[in-house]
Design a protein around this ligand. Structure first.
Ligand SMILES: Cc1ncc(COP(=O)(O)O)c(C=O)c1O
Length: 441
């Protein structure tokens, strides 16, 4: 007997997941997934081991994380954050974002669907859904069907799903290729009386775009004029290159009180599996997020919270070395892809991804190209279409002038130099006499 909920039925594997299976079967070099394959810093790992040996085994809230984050917010962005009231520690940015959506944007269309949505998110995050689901029965929500949340396109995949599962309506504002610049008029035209919030991810996955101060000022003006919230995803806050500096939207005039900052240890300290993240916001938002967090997962993993204290105390040299190492990897990847004949009009200014276009000569779509890349070169990347959201069939995409949605490939360079060198070698085994990938002919 079929017992799946209506929501569960909407969560089917994507064609991109099929490529993952193919890559696994082929044991392909993984330039697809956004997590490092090199070790995390030893001092942080030692702190985690020591916490386990000291029996930090129970539910835990480590207030020291909030104290350190408040200090960091002051130093990096000049923000005054009360560590007692304005921070919620969560299981990664993913949970912080989901809780921010559920807690503050009032976008549940029925308690039933909200519970199912959280249950499914939790399942996705590999937590024990049974006991959590019982706890969720005590969650009550404001019901406000159809609230709209603005997302930029392309964007990281999880936002859309999270908003939709919660009953909200994602509204996409296309960033203009090739530099992924923000057209203020497009943003303004997308705002309606139903808009509740704007999500800003900078530095951005997949493009590596770092929103400029001028662009953030436009977003801030729209938020302040129309009384919108902003939810930021700043997981790549320490990964900016060249002259670029990360600016938090919350630091712009009038924005701190209406911004929920989300971030985590994952990318900065190469510990995506530790699941330590946070939301920083005005106390009433932070408290609502904490209430969700407590009901969903009780607490983030105790030993890793302890280790977070060591991570967050890292000296400035740690971040400088991290940036320098990643800049080297970015340049290596760009040189590789440029040599192979990809069209590279935008050099990523942040994150650890490059988002490059297939050359005109290539007749394959992004998905077809990645499939061939796996089979012929033993290297896997991500077809760009998963990050674009105008869900139109191919011929309509062309008519709408959005055919570029099927022309981009995302390569992750958060890999050891040895992995990158192997990828270089494998890809160069697949070139023609001009040095370009044979798949482009
Ligand atoms: C933009 C962005 N936000 C959030 C995450 C996930 O962060 P966390 O591991 O803290 O849940 C990722 C992971 O790829 C990401 O690219």
């Amino acid at each position: 007997m079929e017992k799946l909920s209506a929501v569960a039925k909407t969560l089917t594997p994507s064609p991109i997941q099929e490529l993952s299976f193919l890559a696994q079967r082929r044991n392909a070099i993984n330039l697809a997934e956004g997590f490092p394959d090199f070790p995390a810093p030893s001092s942080i790992k030692d702190a985690a081991v020591s916490a386990i040996n000291s029996d930090f085994n129970q539910y835990r809230h480590v207030q020291g994380i909030c104290d350190l984050l408040a200090r960091k917010m002051k130093e990096m962005h000049g923000l005054d954050v009360d560590p007692q009231t304005d921070i919620a520690i969560c299981c990664g940015q993913t949970e912080a974002f989901a809780s921010a959506i559920f807690a503050s944007t009032l976008i549940a269309f029925s308690s039933y669907f909200l519970l199912k949505a959280i249950e499914s998110l939790i399942f996705h995050a590999r937590y024990c859904a049974e006991s959590i689901f019982v706890k969720l029965l005590y969650v009550s929500t404001a019901i406000d069907p159809g609230d709209e949340v603005i997302l930029f396109d392309p964007s990281f995949e999880t936002y859309e799903g999270c908003i939709t599962l919660a009953g909200g309506v994602p509204v996409f504002v296309a960033l203009d290729p090739p530099h992924w610049s923000l057209d203020p008029q497009k943003l303004i035209n997308s705002c309606t009386s139903k808009t509740k919030a704007i999500v800003v991810n900078s530095p951005q996955n997949p493009t590596g775009k770092v929103f400029t101060r001028a662009e953030l000022e436009i977003i801030a003006k729209v938020c302040c004029t129309s009384d919108f919230l902003a939810i930021t995803d700043e997981v790549y806050e320490h990964l900016t290159f060249d002259e670029e500096k990360h600016i938090s939207l919350a630091s712009l005039p009038g924005m701190q009180k209406r911004t929920i900052i989300t971030s985590s240890l994952s990318k900065t300290y190469s510990v995506t599996g530790w699941r330590i993240g946070w939301a920083i916001a005005a106390s009433h938002f932070a408290s609502a997020i904490r209430n969700f967090h407590i009901r969903i997962t009780d607490s983030a993993p105790a030993p890793f919270q302890e280790a977070a204290l060591t991570a967050l105390r890292s000296p400035s040299e740690y971040y400088e070395t991290l940036r320098a190492d990643y800049k080297w990897k970015r340049d290596y990847m760009l040189e590789l892809l440029d040599g192979l004949g990809f069209q590279i009009e935008y050099k990523p200014q942040g994150s650890f991804f490059v988002f490059v276009e297939l050359p005109q000569s290539c007749k394959l779509s992004d998905v077809e190209f990645v499939k061939e890349l796996i089979e012929k070169a033993g290297v896997v990347a991500v077809p760009g279409r998963g990050f674009f959201h105008a869900k139109l069939p191919s011929e309509k995409l062309h008519r709408a002038g959005l055919d570029y949605h099927e022309r981009y490939i995302r390569f992750a360079f958060c890999k050891s130099n040895a992995t990158l060198a192997t990828a270089w070698q494998k890809l160069n085994e697949l070139v023609d006499s001009t040095g370009h990938l044979r798949l482009f002919n």
